[in-house]
Design a protein around this ligand. Structure first.
Ligand code: F6P
Length: 472
């Protein structure tokens, strides 16, 4: 029977190790939820890295067995591959360039070789399970070469590719020494998806300037094949976040927040540690607020969660130190005996705590310097069952193309962020409700299940179109 194979760098599991024994927990991430309806069915499968080095062959065998029962299949990476493929080419070369921070990029032949070899490793494992007629859906920038490598082996197979991060303008993309190989790899897909129209356009432009290909509207003709390139803005599990407001644990957490913040209004900020998220600029904007508006001293808190991420990559380590320093400065400068302006947490929290914060916060401040989509902004909106609350959103986040009823800001304009916070603090309830209602309708309708269905349906249509063209 025809099956669907999902491929991403990371599997949707968390692995914990205790006394040399590993245990597995299904992860609750948005993509995992959305694709759950696919990979758990029949003999469908999701293939990826379990997230840490597991070198002992016996342990590998044991984990493989456990994963196979969950319709998952591991691609084990050695420590060297983790260093050079994941931290190296993926996160020190592609990530900064794709997020318009090219000065951070390292162009290292060793990183590239590892990226090529690990994409090949993924190809070999996909080939162990793939059969003619299957559908393969590949995710994200760590696997840009995989569509092309699979196409070379299985010319007829159906391949979808989705890029979860921004695709940069040609002038940035062209900086990468292996730009042609990357575009060629991506063009192995039949259907390619991006979050925004701009990303789609940037890819089409890069493809036509780097390779001798013909592009007509959103179709690239390459090696006698038609590759369709389209925009699919990703959604979230709206119902889950909306329903969490009634969860007993969330209600308990909410009560704690009410007791702890009786006098203050809350501005909420939640991110992974990443220089693309604009965390320092956000702190500067909050500092400016307290400086220019002493009336808010003691009355507003910035509740800031930074989830540890990639902290072995040098820029991430440095960013963490800078955040510590700036938070320390702001708190030392403005705190009173009873009030801490910035409540900063460098750790991850269970979804119930996040849901309570989404429910409680007067304002959600999402100001990335660049972001493929940004799901935090959508999670905040989905959590606001009373239609109140204000979202401040960076115009550089993919989500700003959809959530046009947020207060939209340029994240480089510190003064504008400060003014947006003041506007949000003073926004009359009817206006909050009018804006939030519009955004909730959109986030509810274009949810994660809608996104998955749309992409899969489109992939089938594209395959039919290609077959008709061949038959002619
Ligand atoms: O936004 C791209 C992304 O790869 C997400 O899919 C993922 O949640 C996040 O970045 C963190 O990625 P990782 O921890 O795997 O490097």
């Amino acid at each position: 029977m025809r099956k669907t194979i999902i491929v991403s760098n990371r599997l949707p599991v968390k692995i914990t190790e205790k006394d040399g024994e590993f245990s597995l927990q299904a992860s609750e991430g948005g993509l995992a939820t959305g694709l759950g309806s696919i990979y758990r069915e029949g003999n469908n499968i999701w293939l990826g890295w379990p997230g840490q080095e597991i070198s002992d062959p016996k342990q590998q065998e044991k984990i493989t067995k456990q994963l196979r029962q969950m319709n998952l299949m591991p691609v084990f990476l050695t420590q060297e591959e983790i260093n050079n493929f994941y931290e190296g080419f993926s996160n020190e070369t592609l990530w900064p360039v794709f997020h318009y921070m090219a000065v951070y990029a390292r162009y290292d032949q060793g990183y590239w070789d590892a990226y090529y070899q690990v994409n090949k490793k993924f190809r070999d494992i996909v080939m162990q399970v793939a059969e003619q007629g299957d559908i393969i859906w590949i995710h994200d920038y760590q696997l840009l070469l995989l569509p092309g490598m699979l196409r070379a082996e299985m010319p007829e197979i159906s391949i979808g590719f989705f890029n979860h991060i921004p695709f940069p303008s040609y002038e940035l993309f062209r900086l990468i020494p292996w730009r042609a190989e990357l575009i060629e790899g991506m063009l192995g897909a039949d259907l390619m998806g991006f979050h925004t129209f701009d990303d789609t356009r940037h890819f089409l432009n890069a493809a036509s300037r780097i390779l001798p290909v013909n592009t007509s509207a959103n179709v690239v003709s390459y090696n006698d094949r038609a590759v369709v390139v389209e925009t699919f803005p990703m959604g979230i599990d709206f119902n889950k976040f909306s329903a969490l407001g009634n969860d007993t644990e969330v209600k308990h957490q909410l009560q704690n927040l009410r007791e702890n913040f009786q006098q203050e209004r809350m501005v909420l900020s939640i991110d992974r540690l990443d220089y693309s998220k604009g965390i320092l600029q956000r702190l500067q904007a909050f500092e400016l607020l307290l400086q220019l508006h002493p009336e808010y001293v003691g009355k507003v808190v910035l509740y800031m969660i930074v989830v540890p991420s990639r902290d072995t990559v040098p820029q991430y380590k440095e960013l963490r130190d800078e955040i510590d320093k700036l938070v320390g400065n702001i708190n030392a400068r403005f705190r009173t005996l009873a009030w801490h302006p910035v409540q900063y947490f460098y750790r991850s929290f269970p979804v119930e705590v996040l849901a309570a914060l989404y429910n409680y916060a007067d304002i959600c401040l999402v100001t990335p310097m660049r972001d493929g989509m940004n799901l935090v902004s959508k999670e905040y909106v989905a959590s606001r069952n009373n239609n109140d609350g204000v979202l401040i959103l960076s115009e550089m986040a993919g989500a700003s193309k959809e959530l046009i009823d947020a207060i939209i800001v340029n994240p480089n304009n510190i003064g504008a962020i400060t003014r947006a916070i003041v506007d949000a603090l003073n926004m009359p309830l009817p206006e909050q409700q009018r804006r939030m209602k519009q955004m909730r309708q959109l986030v509810s309708k274009f949810n994660i299940n809608h996104w998955v269905k749309l992409f899969m349906t489109r992939l089938e249509e594209v395959n039919e179109m290609q077959q008709n063209m061949l038959a002619r």
